[in-house]
Write a protein that binds this ligand. Sequence first.
Ligand SMILES: Nc1nc2c(ncn2[C@@H]2O[C@H](COP(=O)(O)OP(=O)(O)OP(=O)(O)O)[C@@H](O)[C@H]2O)c(=O)[nH]1
Length: 323
Amino acid sequence: MNRTEQVPVTVLTGFLGAGKTTLLNRILTEKHGYRYAVIVNEFGEEGIDNDLVVDADEEVFEMNNGCICCTVRGDLIRILSGLIKRAGQFDAIIVETTGLADPAPVIQTFFVDQDVAERTRLDAIVTVADAVHLNSQLAEHHEADEQIAFADVILLNKTDLAEAGDVEKVEARIRKSNPSARIIRTARCDAPLNEIIGLEAFSLERVMEFEPDFLESGHAHEHDNDVTSLSFTTDTPLDLEKFERWFGRLLQLHGQDILRSKGILDFAGQEQRYVFQGVHMLMDGSMMGAWPEGKPRSSRMVFIGRNLNSMELKEGFEACKIK
Ligand SMILES: Nc1nc2c(ncn2[C@@H]2O[C@H](COP(=O)(O)OP(=O)(O)OP(=O)(O)O)[C@@H](O)[C@H]2O)c(=O)[nH]1
């Protein structure tokens, strides 16, 4: 098949909370004239990410029942195969992996499945790196290192939160894992789109240089078993003050172990949905607009981390309900 008839695919990866969804939203809202099909994979059970992706014209396919790099790889192939059949209807495919994904099995999918291999081509692996947390993530999670190693482009993001001098140190550390990727320093992933999409940057030869058995090994992959996810939902509105007190204390006490937290919440007396985001101890929250019409209001939250105490978290969450 002619190379120009193959659908280009950009894989967005990066550790938990680095800014992948922020980047995706940027791509989807900027005026570029292209039509993208988007595949979003999420580790938590509650499918929050899908609601955090802006309402764009693009088609968004959710894969929530596991991590893209292991259990749901079959789903990825199925979605890609479906998209390929309608290839004329969009210009490119964007795949956002979970923050815990090893990108290798995802990349392999584009070479080992014959149909997918013939009809798509990897444009680039774009990795978002959190300038504040990357060093510790690299020390603790081999997935973080793989995400950096496989990148063609690295957005060294959250430079607004990093201490002066730290960005240079993180960049030097990145270079040890990946000497050749283009590194772009960003705040809220504010890189020009033409440096992210349509690059024709992916090179299997480069990958084979540092992983010679890349295509043969099957790249057996195991996640850190100590990282788990818990999610909670309720239809009862929550008390904003109680929630803030509980959550602030929780992150103070357990922020080392709670790698990621996020939720869409229904606070009593508030018209809009409230979205909160935590990455370790750093927390961010804001109103995110009206509740979708015709759908009941409810609160959903997800924790991803080590040593998560299910009972304690559940009790804390339940205690935030209005009486
Ligand atoms: N201050 C600051 N906050 C940022 C930046 N980029 C993203 N954020 C915030 O960081 C939080 C996590 O961003 P996301 O885009 O959801 O990160 P993600 O990589 O998609 O997270 P997961 O999918 O859960 O792994 C959100 O609250 C963002 O608004 C940045 O450059 N600076």
